[in-house]
Design a protein around this ligand. Structure first.
Ligand SMILES: [Zn+2]
Length: 103
C-alpha cells in the first residue's frame, strides 16, 4: 500500500497523508500533522511564509545538494544594516528560504 508523504508546516517533516485531518489538508502548505496539532507546535512566523510566497512568485527554486553550486550565498557585506535585511525580498532572506524552504 503506497503512502503519500507531504510536508508539515510546523515540524518540517514529510508525513504520511493519513496523518493529517481534512481541516489541516484544506490549509495547503500551512497544514500541520496530527502530532503537531496535538502538541500545539506553531506554524513558522508569518515573515517566513511571506518570504516563501515571494520567492515562489519570483520562481526561485529550492536549493538542493544537486543544484547548490548554481546558487551561491549572497554577499552579506551588502546587507550589514538591519534595514537592508528586513525586506521579505532581501537576497539573504530569499536565499535562506531557498535553502530551507521555511525560515
Ligand atoms: Zn508536524
Amino acid at each position: 500500500m503506497a503512502s503519500h508523504f507531504i510536508g508539515c508546516a510546523a515540524c518540517d517533516e514529510m508525513i504520511p497523508h493519513s496523518e493529517y485531518t481534512k481541516g489541516q489538508l484544506a490549509k495547503g502548505t500551512d497544514r500541520r500533522c496530527k502530532t503537531c496539532v496535538k502538541m500545539q507546535v506553531p506554524v513558522p512566523p508569518a515573515v517566513e511564509a511571506r518570504a516563501a510566497a515571494h520567492a515562489a512568485r519570483l520562481g526561485l527554486p529550492r536549493i538542493t545538494k544537486a543544484n547548490a553550486e548554481s546558487y551561491p550565498a549572497p554577499n552579506l557585506n551588502q546587507f550589514r544594516t538591519v534595514a537592508a535585511r528586513a525586506s521579505d525580498d532581501a537576497a539573504p532572506v530569499l536565499w535562506f528560504w531557498q535553502m530551507t524552504g521555511t525560515d
